[in-house]
Design a protein around this ligand. Structure first.
Ligand code: 2AM
Length: 181
């Protein structure tokens, strides 16, 4: 008897920048690339992951979107000014100096609703970041401060991770808006 494997989608939830924020973040890349080498992420792929789900069965996609639609969160600003380096995975990334409490609440609520609906994912301490360079090299020294990016977050997205000849490429499948103030 042949078993038919259900199709799986590689998925994650993320904050997805507008063109303005995307362009501002991409403008950090040339100097960082000069300093740290590696591979600059394509501007169209820049984002902040909220929860990385990995492989999800196609039959669970509708439920996943219903769960995300139940998340109640307020809009907030994410201020990015600093670039950092992680030696363990050779990534140069943008991160906020202070993580907004609304972002922490959004991730906690999303994770808790997903767990209640039996979605599985790796639970690690949450470190919001935008990956700017991969395969980079840098020391423990601070990287230069960058021009401020003040990102107004008013929604989050469900993204499918695919790959093409240039590496990862992402497709936004659905958007979930903040509740009115
Ligand atoms: P990274 O940029 O720090 O690698 C899509 O892969 C997004 O999900 C990336 O932002 C990636 O973070 C994040 N992510 C988190 N956990 C992951 C995992 N186990 N495998 C792949 N990507 C992961």
């Amino acid at each position: 008897m042949t078993s038919i494997q259900e199709k799986k989608w590689r998925l994650f939830f993320a904050l997805w920048p507008s063109e303005t924020e995307r362009t501002a973040l991409a403008s950090w890349q040339p100097l960082l690339h000069e300093l740290c080498d590696g591979r600059a992420m394509r501007p169209a792929t820049l984002h902040v992951t909220l929860v990385f789900l990995g492989e999800v069965a196609e039959s669970r996609l509708e439920a996943l979107q219903l769960v995300a639609g139940e998340v109640d969160f307020q809009r907030f600003y994410l201020e990015l000014l600093e670039a950092h380096y992680w030696g363990h995975n050779h990534i140069v990334y943008a991160a906020p100096e202070v993580v907004p409490s609304q972002l922490t609440s959004l991730v906690n609520e999303l994770e808790s609703k997903l767990l209640n609906h039996r979605f599985q994912f790796e639970q690690r301490p949450y470190k919001p970041h935008v990956t700017l360079l991969r395969n980079a090299k840098w020391s423990d020294t601070s990287l230069p401060r960058q021009s401020r990016v003040c990102w107004q977050v008013s929604d989050f997205v469900l993204v499918q991770s695919l790959s093409d000849e240039q590496g990862a490429c992402y497709e936004v499948l659905a958007r979930f808006s903040a509740k009115a103030d």
